[in-house]
Write a new protein. Structure first.
Length: 290
């Protein structure tokens, strides 16, 4: 009986060893992975992708980004590739529940800096030589500073920059914002971190900056948030990749939260009527690692 137990143990051990060997030999298919990062020191651009200063009578701050979501992702071969005519790799869920077609925020993929937003098998990515990335941003969540009666406070702002957004109820911490309808680009909500104060509002139509350095050859629709960026060296997908290709989308948060001043002190003070005018990110620099 003892000999049988020893022999059985040897057989089981050998089977486990070869099973592990077989498992190690099976490699996972390589993927295209897309991540975001936020850079307050990256150049601040206007809608045409040119360096931009803060307009007279306005002030701005570089928010502390926490989360982001996008509605659309495309690789474009050249500056003459029209929107949607490149390799479209992502298009978020939409709905007509609020009337007109809108992004369904309840199904949005919301990630933090450095987290994978997209993970697509490279076998599903068309082979090609890509010069540009186009990403339609939809949602931003970040910390900002506000002033009230001479004191400064910290709070969190939810910024909806997608072309149209269907929202049921969204929240910031313990604060709920029931919407149950569509909100156009520029809807925002804000809550203080340590005090029971929350509010919401709407930036002016068409005021959200959306940098597109190839606007002359490949424009984007008015009211969209399709930010365009150029690779320093073209991304080539040839179908022979054996490792993941990781694209990092570096977004400029350089004074991206902008308001119209009542008191010219560079402090955002909504209680005296200082209104948000622009929440658009200020440029896109895409890089990749193969």
């Amino acid at each position: 009986m003892k000999k049988f137990v020893v022999l059985f143990s040897l057989i089981v051990g050998a089977f486990a060893f070869f099973s592990c060997e077989d498992s190690d030999d099976v490699s996972e298919e390589p993927h295209l992975i897309v991540k975001f990062q936020f850079d307050p020191n990256q150049v601040r651009l206007n809608n045409l992708g040119q360096p931009a200063t803060i307009p007279s009578g306005h002030a701005a701050q570089s928010p502390d980004f926490r989360k982001i979501s996008a509605h659309y992702f495309e690789l474009a071969p050249t500056a003459y590739t029209q929107l949607t005519e490149g390799t479209v790799l992502y298009h978020a869920d939409e709905t007509t529940q609020g009337g007109s077609v809108a992004i369904d925020f309840s199904k949005a993929v919301v990630v933090g800096e450095g987290e994978a937003f997209l993970r697509i098998p490279l076998s599903q990515v068309a082979q090609g030589n890509y010069e540009y990335v186009r990403v339609s941003l939809a949602y931003q969540e970040y910390n900002i500073s506000i002033r009230n009666n001479g004191a400064d406070y910290q709070g969190k702002l939810a910024s909806f920059v997608g072309y149209n957004n269907y929202i049921t109820t969204h929240s910031i911490g313990n604060n709920s914002f029931p919407v149950n309808g569509n909100r156009l680009q520029g809807y925002w909500a804000f809550a203080l971190n340590d005090f029971p104060y929350a509010t919401s509002g709407q930036a002016p139509a068409g005021a959200t900056t959306v940098p597109n350095p190839i606007a002359a050859t490949s424009p984007i629709p008015s009211g969209s948030c399709v930010v365009t960026g150029k690779f320093a060296q073209n991304l080539i997908i040839n179908g022979n990749e054996t490792r993941d290709v990781v694209i990092t989308l570096s977004l400029s948060s350089n004074n991206s939260f902008e308001w119209q001043e009542v008191t010219s002190d560079g402090k955002y003070e909504p209680s005296i009527g200082e209104n948000v005018v622009d929440m658009g990110l200020r440029g896109l620099i895409p890089t990749y690692v193969k």
